[in-house]
Design a protein around this ligand. Structure first.
Ligand code: MLT
Ligand code: ZN
Length: 493
């Protein structure tokens, strides 16, 4: 006889308790905790906007244990939320509100299994922090050419699963361009061993690419073979003041021509963004004497034996100033000066967060259209939402800026955003789509962009993504509620 819903609930709870018991036995005290204090930091997203709940935090020691966890969870129909450094901008690693989920952290899997300068490859486990890979590659005369502000806590698994961008995409592409091979556990518990890091492999659908940027919805990345490039011997880092984003893009093309495409980073920061950093971040100071409507941070590099990259950079900047493309510039004379300039860019988000909440957007349009978009979209948003203050900064060379909208000065941020935040975001996203762009250039969809993705995503693309999700994860247990919007009328699994 079928029991009714109220009868079934205790049975379901018994089944969940049995699963937790099995997991605790499998993983031992180092790999299993359901202590609320241990779980707490992992229940809230980095921006502090989305809170979830979970039954336990699992930290397996190896891929074998990951596979065992996935099989047990699948048998119990228990959702799994994989987590890296928990620095997602879109709450992509935050567990669901109903709390019936397990957080899976790969933080104990942090071996750098091999670094081969000859192959230009590093084999690393998913829990390795990005900065640890940087250090290990450097010790072998190589480097991993992807960097971002959260490098101390962001992990390789999280970077792959979110197809992270950062400040070197201009030259090397985003994370997926650096993934040569993957090892992963698929939703049925099977283990995919694709670590062989072949430079050429043309056997059809590419699992490595499917899992990159999948936000943990198709399986758990446990290790990766990553592309390394030779270490640089020297870098030139400059801070430039100029008047318009058009000038900035013009400057980028000039610098690329002058340096033989050695420009790796080209980041734009508006005057009020720099002001926020100087106000909120200790030990920062204005790099140029005057105030400039726009600033650019540029880095170019040179291999061993080549001329100091600062020479070409400085010459090109002098010419740009003479031609009226830039107003002022400073080239870092030492590594500590270079670090100080980078700090002004890398702490932008932190400074903005310290100043109060904003409606954040991460948009891309074709590179050539970005300068016009920044100015026209700012004017449109500020005209429609009286007093709103647009702060657009970031990766101009990639056609990607963080187009954030701050409430009017003196307004309680929370109340203003509660009233206008969704309308602001819809407006920004409509303008982006009208310009042929993407509403998520590098942060992913996660939870916070899901509704907008459902509203604006190309239906053919959405249908194909759902089909892939259903094919690989028919039970819908891998990071549910993220990335893949439900079809109209479709019930959540
Ligand atoms: C950045 O470029 O600084 C990051 O993507 C963070 C952000 O968007 O706030
Ligand atoms: Zn960014």
């Amino acid at each position: 006889m079928l029991s009714d819903v109220t009868d079934r609930r205790p049975m379901a709870q018994d089944a969940d308790a049995a699963l937790l018991g099995e997991l605790a036995r499998l993983l031992g005290p180092r790999g299993y905790t359901d202590d609320r204090a241990d779980l707490e930091p992992w229940l809230v997203d980095w921006r502090g906007r989305v809170r979830g709940e979970a039954l336990a935090l699992l930290s397996p020691a190896d891929a074998e244990e990951v596979a065992a966890i996935v099989r047990l969870a699948a048998a119990a129909r228990m959702p799994i939320v994989p987590q890296g450094g928990n620095t997602s901008m879109v709450a992509g690693a935050t567990p669901p509100a109903d709390g019936r989920a397990l957080i899976l952290s790969l933080r104990r899997m942090r071996a750098i299994r091999a670094i081969s300068p000859l192959d230009g490859v590093a084999i690393v486990e998913a829990g390795v922090p990005l900065s640890a890979l940087h250090d290990a590659a450097e010790a072998q005369g190589m480097r991993f050419p992807l960097s971002l502000a959260a490098k101390g806590s962001a992990t390789i698994g999280g970077l792959i699963s979110t197809n992270a961008g950062g400040t070197q995409v201009l030259r090397f592409g985003p994370m997926r361009a650096l993934v040569l091979g993957l090892e992963a556990v698929l939703p049925d518990g099977s283990r995919f061993d694709g670590l062989s890091a072949l430079r050429k492999d043309n056997r059809g659908y590419d699992l490595r690419q499917l899992l990159s940027g999948a936000e943990g919805t198709l399986g758990i990345v446990t290790a990766a073979a990553l592309r390394l490039v030779p270490a640089v011997a020297a870098r030139g880092v400059a801070w430039v003041g100029l008047e318009t984003p058009e000038q900035a893009l013009d400057l980028l093309r000039r610098l690329e021509a002058a340096t033989g495409s050695a420009v790796e980073s080209f980041e734009i920061v508006p005057a009020d963004g720099l002001a926020l950093v100087l106000r909120h971040i200790p030990a920062t100071r204005a790099p140029l004497a005057g105030r400039h409507r726009w600033n650019v941070l540029v880095e170019s590099v040179a291999p061993a034996g080549a001329e100091d990259p600062r020479v070409a950079l400085e010459q090109a900047l002098v010419a740009a100033i003479e031609d009226g493309v830039a107003a002022d510039a400073v080239v870092a004379a030492s590594e500590s000066q270079a670090e100080a300039l980078w700090k002004l860019r890398e702490t932008m988000s932190e400074a903005e967060r310290a100043d109060g909440m904003a409606a954040k957007h991460d948009v891309s349009v074709p590179v050539s259209a970005m300068p016009g978009f920044i100015e026209s979209a700012r004017a449109a948003v500020e005209a429609r939402f009286a007093g709103a203050r647009v702060l657009a900064f970031g990766h101009l060379g990639d056609g990607n800026v963080h187009f954030n909208v701050r409430p009017p000065a003196g307004t309680p941020n929370g109340a203003w955003l509660a009233e206008h935040g969704d309308a602001v975001s819809r407006h920004v996203h409509d303008l982006t789509v009208a310009a042929g762009g993407s509403i998520s250039a590098e942060h992913g969809i996660g939870q916070t962009k899901l509704a907008e993705y459902a509203r604006l995503g190309d239906p053919v693309r959405l249908a194909a993504q759902r089909a892939i999700k259903h094919a690989l994860d028919p039970l819908g247990l891998m990071n549910p509620g993220k990335l893949v919007p439900l079809a109209p009328g479709e019930a959540a699994p």
